[in-house]
Write a new protein. Sequence first.
Length: 415
Amino acid sequence: MVLAGQFASQEELQRFQTEARLAANLRHAHIVSIHDVGEHNEQAYFSMQYIEGQSLAELVRDEPIEPRRAAQYLATIADAVHYAHEKSTLHRDLKPANILLDSDDQPHITDFGLARQIQTDQQLTASGAILGTPSYMSPEQAMGKCERIDRTTDVYSLGATLYNLLTGRPPFQGDGPLDTLRQVANDRPTSPRRINEQIPRDLENICLKCLEKESSARYATARELADDLRRFLRGEPVQARPIRFAAHALRWSRQHPWRVLVAALMLGGLAWGIEGYMQAAHLDDLDRLDIPYVVQPQDGRLTTRLGDKVTVVYEGIADVHLMSRSSGNFTGRGGQQHSVQMKGRGVRNHGTNGPPGISSLTVNGHQLRLFDHGRKLLVASSKGGGQTYFLGSHRHLTIIVAADGSHRVRRTPLK
């Protein structure tokens, strides 16, 4: 009878009548039968088949059941659910408490109070409403996306029921209903084998296939689920396969594009910081390199040669007088002010034509630096930014730095 009796709302009465009408049309050995529907003293009622036994929820209250037994129950239940779907009926509230075991240890589905007919406009669930049991409902139910509810919605709940039988707990169980709904919509279930290592891997794969967030990744029908469970019971290869990390990551990124964007920006910033740190560490080490150098002003240019691999020509520096120190300011004949800094062992005391030891040279803010043990050259503009050249890829590099701080490169390739 309706629990609220004479105080039942119109919606409660309509749900009660819907359950009676839909369940009465289902004649299956593993669906609780409806015998009679009517009213008594202005109270609606229907009479149904009596199942003497316990529910699956009571069966696993203390501990999970043996995996093969769980698979046998679910294969039988999935057959019954497929029959209901063929009769255009979705259950929408499948869970261990709504599956009863009779005296012969056979399961029976009951409680079609949230059932609805497939492909009809008469729905008791308004758009955006969330009905069902949070721990066993599908992501589309948890998010109130009623237009996406179909046969795979019941397949998901069958998978959640199997998960409970195998582990002794539902796949998601938060601190409250809202927290549970959030987990259902966004989180991946913990691997059943991490909770119960006795679960065969094929059976775990079957369970997790049912629990996919995207309905298209689940079994398309309850019959397919039943067939795969029976393959497992016969020791045959199952269709379910473990979802690889890359596939999970792709599906998650499609569901959370903004989180992916934020993560990418954070990782990019972290990588940039690490690169800067590593490059600075390289430069500190490379101050100890022994690389011959020559700095030579001539015809309005300042030419620097580093070993036999690199020549740097600074243009627009007219009539430069020879330097006598490793750093300082100097004035060209036209009155231009220039600054030059060299860094490296042996530079400080030997001026522009000293012994081996230079690793960096800065002219008017434009930097030339060797790093990675002399194998790479960094040319950094005075306006910001820079470019790295791999010396081992060329016989010789000539870097021509213009007066405006830009630079161009002439490469002599290896033969």
